[in-house]
Design a protein around this ligand. Structure first.
Ligand code: ZN
Length: 102
């Protein structure tokens, strides 16, 4: 089956009603171009109306990940700061012991 409204395809066994836009492809409306176009417009409006919500939910999914990435970034900066501090101290210590030996 192919939906004349949202143009998706699905298994014939699942019936003639589109699983995405719920348009009945076997109804007389499916053969009426104006009605199909009307349904298509209605579907597009519905999809664009849903879009902001979809964006918000996607943003909600992203938020914890951003927190994790931000936390990891701060941790890396902290690690780098500590690492260079320890590394600097060790280098100075190494240099000191090296020069005292000679
Ligand atoms: Zn459809």
């Amino acid at each position: 089956m192919k939906c004349p409204v949202c143009l998706i395809t699905w298994d014939d066994a699942k019936g003639s009603v589109c699983p995405q836009c719920h348009f009945d492809s076997s109804s007389p409306d499916a053969r009426d171009t104006t009605k199909v176009l009307q349904a298509r417009e209605a579907f597009k409006t519905r999809v664009s109306a849903y879009d902001p919500n979809a964006k918000i939910s996607r943003w909600d999914i992203m938020k914890p990940w951003l927190a994790v990435i931000l936390g990891f970034g701060i941790f890396m900066l902290w690690l780098k700061a500590c690492g260079s501090m320890i590394g600097g101290r060790m280098m100075r210590f190494g240099h000191h012991s090296y020069s005292s030996q000679h």
